[in-house]
Design a protein around this ligand. Sequence first.
Ligand code: TXA
Ligand code: MG
Length: 346
Amino acid sequence: MGFAHCKEPDQRISSLVKLGLKTQILPASDAAIAAAADCLADGGLVGFPTETVYGLGADATDAQAIARLYQAKGRPAFNPLIAHVTDIAAARRIARFDRLAEALAEAFWPGPLTLVLPKTEDCAVADLATAGLDTVAIRVPAHPVARDILRALGRPVVAPSANLSGHVSPTSAAHVESDLGGRIELIVDGGAVAVGVESTIVGCFAAPVLLRPGGLPREAIERVIGRELARVPESTANDAGAPLAPGMLVSHYAPRSSVRLNAEHVEDGEALLAFGSTDISGIAMARAVLNLSPSGDLTEAAANLFGHLRALDQTGARSIAVMPVPHHGLGEAINDRLRRAAVGRE
Ligand code: TXA
Ligand code: MG
C-alpha cells in the first residue's frame, strides 16, 4: 500500500481491499454471464447492468465478499444493501410477505421496486449486508443480464449502485469503470440502462412507507394498494443514518460542482442542466448545456439524469444550474436526486 518503510505489509487490510486489481470489462454474452457467476461464487465483485442503474454485485451469503464490497465503494457499513433474487419464490426464502407485499410483488416484479420486509428465520443473506437489521431489502430486477447472472449463481446477490459512495449512480459500464476500475474484478457491459434512477423502495411496515422515490412512480404503487404511501419524515433522512431508511444520506448524489436548483437564468460560466424548452435567460453564457428531455418527457429525463450530471461535472464548471422539473410521476425521484446533489452546496 505504498508504505515502503514497512517490512511487513498489513496482510489483513491488503487482502480485503485488493486495490490495483485488473478490472476486466466484458460485453454481455453467455461467456460473460458465466464469468460473472464464477467470479461472484469465488467472493469477487462484479459490476453489472440492471434496468435502473448499474449494480456492484457480491454473493449475498458471503460476509467476506460483502466486507470487500463496502470497502471498494467506500460505503459506511451501517448502510444496508438490497438483495437481488430471480423471482418471488426465491424472495420468500429470505423474507416474510404479508398480503400487501404479495400484491406489490405480483404487480411490479420483475421491475424497479424494492420491498423492505421482515427477514425469515433462516435468511441466507449475511448480517453484514443488512447492517444487523431484522428487515431485508429485496428486489427482482428486470434486466436480462442481471436475471441471467442471478440464475447462473443460484443465490441472492447484494448490489448497491456501482459508484463510489457519495457519487452519482452509474448508468453505463464506462461510469462504473471510472469509479471502480482497479477496485473490482469484472464489469459486464450491457449498454446504457433504460430507467436511469434507482428502484423505488417501499417499507412494508404496519403502514406502507415510501422510503425512497425511484424508477416506479408512487402513483402506480398507490393504485395497487388502494391507499396513500406514507413518506419518511424529512428529519430522519439525514447523514446520521436513521434506522427506518439508513441509506437516505442527504448528500448522497453529489457531483464536484455545486448544484443550483430551479434556475430561472444562467450565470456566467455556469453549466446548464435543462428540461424542456431552453427559453432561459443567460443561456449564451453557459459553459455547457445538456437537456434532460427537450420535449419535457420525464421518462427520458430520468434515463439521462445521472449521465448528464456526470458530463456537466466534468466540464469543470463551478456550478451547474438546473431548470425546474415537474414533481409528478418520475419527477418525484428526479427531484429527490437533484436535491441531494445540491445539499450543502447551494
Ligand atoms: O435500483 C436499485 O435499487 C439499485 C440497483 C443496483 O438494484 N441499487 C441501489 O442500491 O440503489 P443502493 O445500495 O445504492 O441503495 C439501497 C438503499 C439504501 O438507501 C439503503 O439504506 C436502503 O436501500 N436499504 C437497504 N436495506 C434496507 C432496510 N433493511 N431497511 C431500510 N432501507 C434499506
Ligand atoms: Mg447508491
